[in-house]
Design a protein around this ligand. Sequence first.
Ligand SMILES: [Zn+2]
Ligand SMILES: [Zn+2]
Length: 116
Amino acid sequence: MTKVYTGGCLCGFIRISARSPRNPHTCSCTLCQKHTGAHSVRWVEFDTQDVQWTGKGGKPATWRSSEFSSRAFCPRCGSSIGAIDDAPTVALLTGCFDDAVHAEFTSTDNACQGSA
Ligand SMILES: [Zn+2]
Ligand SMILES: [Zn+2]
């Protein structure tokens, strides 16, 4: 069975259930820094169809950050969740996950190029 990754925001309004992670990477671009308040963040991507928003809040709130992507966050507690692309990709910040899955995702320093 495919492993399911669960996670969510600080207050629990936004909950995530995702499978089949790909393209883990870190980023320290200005966009990521402003979005999260952190100097450097770690990402992992999923196909849109492999991500379910299972919390009361449904899909996270978004802010259009580039021509092809929007930054996602919890409208209630303000936690950064990730980025929802127009292409069928959802990128999640690995800090959102319930378990310490960081080690599973071997990071390549493959910045999001400040464009997502
Ligand atoms: Zn929240
Ligand atoms: Zn970035």
